[in-house]
Write a protein that binds this ligand. Structure first.
Ligand code: AMP
Length: 112
């Protein structure tokens, strides 16, 4: 069954899309945890980072470079946080790999 993010990629569910290219899509999180909170997802579904394989190396690199590009585009390029929740125990609720791009406020370390 298609995940929620596959439905967003297919435009079956609406989303506030801020960036798109051949490999990935970025859209605003529906429950933002910061003034800027965007999810960056590969169009090819990968369950999570632990499920990625060496053949995904180029795609994963592209996601990181694109995250920085999207952060710049949204005005938070100097200070942003990237977060990947891998597995339910780490807070993953949608099982389609995604990077949370958070910015526009200060962030504590260590994270909660
Ligand atoms: P995670 O918990 O890391 O799997 O992140 C899933 C994220 O998807 C959460 O931050 C949710 O707020 C977000 N989310 C759930 N449904 C939607 C939606 N329809 N559009 C945008 N973001 C969503």
């Amino acid at each position: 069954m298609a995940t929620l993010f596959e439905k967003i990629i297919a435009r079956e569910i609406p989303a506030d899309i801020v960036y798109e290219d051949d490999l990935c899509l970025a859209f605003r999180d529906i429950n933002p945890q910061a003034p800027v909170h965007v999810l960056l997802v590969p169009k090819r579904p990968i369950v999570n980072l632990a499920d990625a394989v060496p053949g995904d190396q180029q795609l994963l690199g592209h996601l990181l470079l694109t995250a920085a590009k999207v952060a710049r585009q949204l005005g938070v390029g100097d200070a942003f946080r990237l977060n990947v929740n891998n597995g339910a125990g780490a807070g993953q609720s949608v099982f389609h790999l995604h990077l949370h791009i958070l910015g526009g406020r200060t962030f504590a370390w260590p994270p909660g």
